[in-house]
Structure formats: structure tokens, C-alpha cells
Design a protein around this ligand. Structure first.
Ligand SMILES: [Zn+2]
Length: 249
């Protein structure tokens, strides 16, 4: 059992599992239901038995695996859902406890990225610093609903604004650095990796923000057009990415 997450997913059938919470209707190869996560009168919540995933094509426009479903259903974290499903499937808690530290770190880094996304979002939409970036996006025919959907943001031309923000949120500089948001200078000083750039959050299939891509808005600058999060404990470039399509041109 190398990967308890995969093992849990192998042992639980998503149709049976979700079917124990809400009533499902078979439709062709899939099952459908009224989405439990938003109000609706016609079912737009689809479960694929074949792929063992669910998706709400309605207001949520969100989906995932059995773990993601439980996270949303009980409003719990990934690790809490994993533990609950491990108990249910009789998977050794010892094995998972062994990985507890790793999961805790991953959750913490994902939470850090969410805060950074909120920070960049605020600067793009609600500060005068972001106005130039917003104008730039509009000039590229990227409309507000798209900007919101992909949670684009703006990192100001500052060496330490995100750094100070995350320090106030009780993150240590070594972990902010390990999570790729800071760069370590030659003298061991830390500074913000993303400066004066439009920020594109990069998500994993569960919708967690695991990395960022920052695009310059000043075409005449000699700096790199894109700056990206390096490899981190939660971001491995070779794995499939979601949401990056907008950042690629
Ligand atoms: Zn929904």
C-alpha cells in the first residue's frame, strides 16, 4: 500500500458512497442527482461510475473524487476526510499517521496559497496598485467573469508586501520560501518572488491552489515574461495542471 489515498479510492465505490447520502438516478452510463451543494430544481450533479468522479455542472461547476465529496459534505479538510474514509475502509491508520506530518505540511502550504490568492485578488480588484493590471487584462479582451473564475490577481511591485502579509498570518519565512513564494538572496535575505505581475493560480484536480504563474504587464521590460513557482512539496510540474490554460499563450 504505497499510497493510502489511491488505496482508499480503490476500496470505495463512488456511486454507492454518494448514494448513501443523496438519491441518485441512473442515466446511461452515469448517475445524476440534485446537487447537494447548491439549490436547484433540475439535476446537474453527475457521477461517473467508470471514472469514479462527480461533477456539478450547475452553479458549483466543481467536482472531484470521493474524498472531495466528503470534504464538501461535512465541510472538513482533506486530511480529516481521508482519516474518516480510512476508518471506513479499514485501512491502517498507522500508515496514515506516519504520513500525518506530510499531510499537515501540504494542508498548511495549500492554506498559505489560498491566503496569497486572496491577497493578490484584493490588490487587483480593490487597490489602486491593481488598476494598471486590470486595464491590461481588459485590453487583452479578458473579461471580469473570466478574471474572477480563474481567480486572477495582482502582485504589486514590492519586495516584501506578500512576505509581510504572510508573516502577519503566522507563517515562518523558511516555509514561505519552501512553498515558492519567496526567493532567497545571496546574503540569505528573503524577498517576494512575484513582483509587478498578474498572477494566475494553478490548481490540482481537487481545486487546491498549489502554485502560481506571474505574467509581466510591461512588455518593454527586459525581465522574464513569466515567473513560475519552482518545485515545492505540493507542486510537481510534471503532474497534470488545471487552470493554467489561460496563462499559456
Ligand atoms: Zn452544485
Amino acid at each position: 500500500m504505497d499510497n493510502p489515498v489511491e488505496e482508499i479510492k480503490r476500496r470505495i465505490d463512488i456511486v454507492d458512497f454518494i448514494g448513501s447520502f443523496i438519491s441518485l438516478k441512473k442515466t446511461g452510463r452515469n448517475f445524476k442527482a440534485l446537487c447537494p451543494f447548491h439549490q436547484e430544481k433540475t439535476p446537474s450533479f453527475i457521477i461517473s461510475a467508470e471514472r469514479q468522479i462527480w461533477h456539478c455542472f450547475g452553479a458549483c461547476n466543481e467536482g472531484g473524487d470521493v474524498i472531495k465529496f466528503l470534504m464538501k459534505w461535512e465541510n472538513i479538510t482533506f486530511f480529516e476526510a481521508l482519516k474518516e474514509l480510512a476508518r471506513k475502509t479499514g485501512i491502517q491508520l498507522k500508515k496514515i499517521a506516519f504520513e500525518d506530518g506530510v499531510w499537515k505540511k501540504k494542508e498548511r502550504y495549500i492554506a498559505m496559497n489560498q491566503l496569497a490568492t486572496d491577497f493578490f485578488d484584493y490588490l487587483l480588484h480593490k487597490s489602486h496598485y491593481g488598476k494598471k493590471a486590470l486595464d491590461y487584462l481588459f485590453s487583452r479582451q479578458i473579461k471580469l467573469p473570466t478574471i474572477k473564475k480563474f481567480q486572477l490577481g495582482y502582485a504589486p511591485s514590492s519586495w516584501n508586501s506578500l512576505y509581510k502579509f504572510l508573516k502577519r498570518k503566522k507563517f515562518e519565512e523558511e516555509e514561505i520560501f519552501e512553498n515558492g513564494l519567496l526567493v532567497k538572496g545571496e546574503k540569505g535575505n528573503f524577498y517576494d518572488r512575484f513582483r509587478g505581475r498578474i498572477i494566475f493560480p494553478i490548481k490540482d484536480p481537487r481545486g487546491n491552489i498549489i502554485a502560481f504563474s506571474g505574467r509581466t504587464i510591461d512588455e518593454k521590460q527586459k525581465e522574464a515574461k513569466y515567473v513560475n513557482t519552482p518545485e515545492t512539496p505540493i507542486y510537481h510540474k510534471r503532474e497534470t495542471l488545471f487552470g493554467i490554460d489561460l496563462a499559456k499563450e
